[in-house]
Ligand binder design. Structure first.
Ligand SMILES: [Zn+2]
Length: 493
C-alpha cells in the first residue's frame, strides 16, 4: 500500500538475549578478518615478487571468504538452535500466585506506539516485559478506523466500533443531530460493556487512570472517586504511575483486580514530527522509563511476579506531507461535495449527503473523477458505500457511520480545497491492514509464557484474554472465545 518511505521500516526480528551475543561476536570476527586481509596485501611488495604476491593475496582472500562463510553458518546454526530450544522450553501451565489473593491485571496504553518503536532506542524495561513475557511478534492490529477513541474502546469492550458506538473521534448522531467529541461522557454514546463494568458486575474492584470511556457512569460502574481519574493531560506521567502503585499498598482484598494506565506519548510527538524524528526516540525512551518506574514500584511491593501487566498501544503512525493531498473541490466537474456534507476528511473520508441525494450516484461520480487521471493524487482515494467496504473492516453495522466512506492510501490526506498551508507530520486512522498502523502487545504475568512470540491479532481479542485471567464471564463481543487458550498458559485446577 502506498509509496511512503516509512513502509520500508521492516519489523526487525527481535534479538533475544541469547541470540544477541553471537551476533556481536560474528560481526567483530568478520571485521577483523577484513582488516587482516587489507593489512597483509598492503604490506606485501608487488614489484619484487608479483606472482607469489598474487597467489598469496588470492589465498588470503579465499581464506577470508571461507572463514567468513564458516562464521556466518555457525551463527545461523547457533541462533536457530538457540531459538528452537527456547521454543521447546516454554512452560505449559500458569505460575501460581505467591502473595496476591486473586489475579490483578494492569492494562497500560502508550498512545500511538507504532510497532517497531521498541527497537528505536534502548528500551530495557519494555524489553524486560518482552523477554519474560509473551509478545505479538509482528505487532497488534488495530480496528478500523485506526484512531484513538475507537481503538481504546475496542480494547476494553472486545467490540468493533460499529458495535461499541465510538465510530470516530468525532461524529454526529444522524437521528438527534448531537455531536460526539472526545469530551462526551453521556452513556448514550458508549455502547457495549467495558472491562471496568464487567469487573464490578462480578463484585470485583476496578481502577482507571485515564482511558477513553472510563469516566462514563454506566451500569454498575459509577467512576468511584480515587479509583477513576477525570482526564487531565497535564498530570505528569510519574504521578499516574505512582497513583497506580499506591493501589498495591491497599490490603490484598482491596487491591483493584483491573487497572488501566494511559500515556499520551508518543502519539503526541508523532503527529507533530512523523514517526522517524529523534523526538519520537526521546518519547519512546521516556515511556520506557515510566515502565521501569512501574516495574520497580511493583517489585518493591513484592508482587511483580503475581501481577499481570499488559502493555499495548492503540494504533501506529505514518509520515504525511503536503505533497500527498487530495482536494474534494477538484472533483467539481464530476460532482460538488460541499463541506457541510463531510463529517471527517482524513484519514477516513466520511460523507453524509442530505436527504434527497442518492449516495450511490455520489459514490459513482466521485470514483469516476478520482480514476480519470485529472485529479491530483486521485488514485489514492477510493470511495465506497459503507455496505460495500471490505468486510474485514467491520465498518457498516451502525447508523452513526455515514453512508459514504473513502479509504485513503497510507500517508495521504483529503482536504476540501487548496490552501497555502505547508506542513509535514504524522497521521493514523488508515486501513488497519496497513503495517504502519500496527502497535504493540506485550503480556507479562503468571499466565503468559516467558519469551514467547505469538502471531499478530486484532485488539478485539484482548477483552476475552483479560476476563479469562480474572476468571470472570465477559459480555458477548467480537473476539473469539477460544483466543485466550492460544495465548495464555493453562491454570492448574
Ligand atoms: Zn491514539
Amino acid at each position: 500500500m502506498g509509496s511512503d518511505s516509512l513502509t520500508s521500516t521492516k519489523p526487525l526480528p527481535l534479538p533475544t538475549q541469547e541470540a544477541e551475543e553471537p551476533t556481536n561476536q560474528s560481526t567483530t570476527a568478520l571485521l577483523s578478518f577484513d582488516t587482516d586481509c587489507s593489512d597483509s596485501s598492503s604490506s606485501s611488495n608487488p614489484r619484487q615478487k608479483p606472482s607469489t604476491t598474487i597467489l598469496f593475496i588470492a589465498l588470503l582472500l579465499l581464506t577470508c571468504i571461507a572463514l567468513s562463510a564458516a562464521a556466518a553458518f555457525a551463527f545461523l546454526f547457533f541462533s536457530s538452535a538457540s531459538s528452537s530450544s527456547a521454543q521447546s522450553s516454554f512452560e505449559t501451565t500458569a505460575r501460581a500466585l505467591k502473595k496476591l489473593e486473586k489475579p490483578v491485571v494492569l492494562l497500560v496504553s502508550s498512545d500511538g506506539f507504532r510497532f517497531g518503536y521498541q527497537f528505536k532506542t534502548s528500551t530495557p524495561n519494555i524489553h524486560r516485559l518482552i523477554n519474560n513475557g509473551t509478545e505479538a511478534e509482528t505487532g497488534l492490529i488495530p480496528v478500523f478506523p485506526s484512531l484513538t477513541f475507537p481503538n481504546h474502546y475496542s480494547i476494553v469492550t472486545g467490540l468493533y466500533p460499529a458495535y461499541h458506538g465510538i465510530i470516530n473521534n468525532h461524529f454526529v448522531d444522524p437521528y438527534t443531530g448531537d455531536t460526539f467529541t472526545m469530551a462526551s461522557h453521556e452513556p448514550k454514546w458508549w455502547l457495549g460493556e467495558p472491562l471496568w463494568e464487567t469487573v464490578t458486575n462480578h463484585g470485583l474492584k476496578a481502577a482507571t487512570y485515564f482511558w477513553p470511556g472510563s469516566e462514563v457512569k454506566k451500569g454498575s460502574w459509577n467512576c468511584p472517586k480515587g479509583f477513576c481519574m477525570n482526564y487531565n493531560g497535564s498530570v505528569p506521567f510519574e504521578d499516574r504511575v505512582d497513583t497506580v502503585l499506591s493501589y498495591f499498598d491497599l490490603p490484598s482484598s482491596e487491591i483493584p483486580s483491573f487497572m488501566t494506565l494511559y500515556f499520551e506519548d508518543p502519539d503526541h510527538q508523532g503527529h507533530k514530527v512523523g514517526p522517524d524524528d529523534p523526538e519520537i526516540t526521546e518519547a519512546v525512551a521516556r515511556i520506557d522509563r515510566m515502565i521501569g518506574r512501574l516495574i520497580d514500584g511493583i517489585e518493591k511491593r513484592g508482587v511483580f511476579e503475581d501481577v499481570t501487566i499488559i502493555m499495548v498501544g492503540d494504533h501506529g503512525m505514518v509520515g504525511t506531507c503536503d505533497k500527498k493531498l487530495i482536494f474534494l473541490d477538484d472533483l467539481a466537474s464530476w460532482i460538488e461535495i460541499p463541506a457541510e456534507w463531510v463529517q471527517s476528511y482524513s484519514p477516513l473520508l466520511a460523507i453524509r449527503p442530505p436527504a434527497g441525494y442518492n449516495p450511490s450516484d455520489i459514490v459513482e461520480k466521485m470514483n469516476e473523477g478520482l480514476k480519470s487521471g485529472k485529479v491530483e493524487n486521485g488514485k489514492n482515494l477510493k470511495v465506497y458505500l459503507k455496505g460495500e467496504l471490505p468486510s474485514r473492516l467491520h465498518y457498516a453495522a451502525s447508523d452513526r457511520i455515514p453512508p459514504i466512506i473513502g479509504l485513503i492510501e497510507e500517508g495521504f490526506k483529503v482536504e476540501q480545497k487548496r490552501t497555502n498551508r505547508k506542513e509535514c507530520g504524522g497521521a493514523h486512522g488508515y486501513d488497519n491492514a496497513v503495517f504502519s498502523m500496527r502497535t504493540i502487545f506485550i503480556g507479562h504475568g503468571p499466565q503468559f509464557a516467558r519469551g514467547r512470540k505469538v502471531p499478530s491479532f486484532e485488539n478485539v481479542q484482548i477483552y476475552n484474554v483479560i476476563t479469562s485471567i480474572l476468571k470472570i464471564d465477559g459480555a458477548p463481543n467480537n473476539g473469539s472465545s477460544s483466543f485466550p487458550l492460544s495465548i495464555l498458559l493453562r491454570t492448574a485446577k
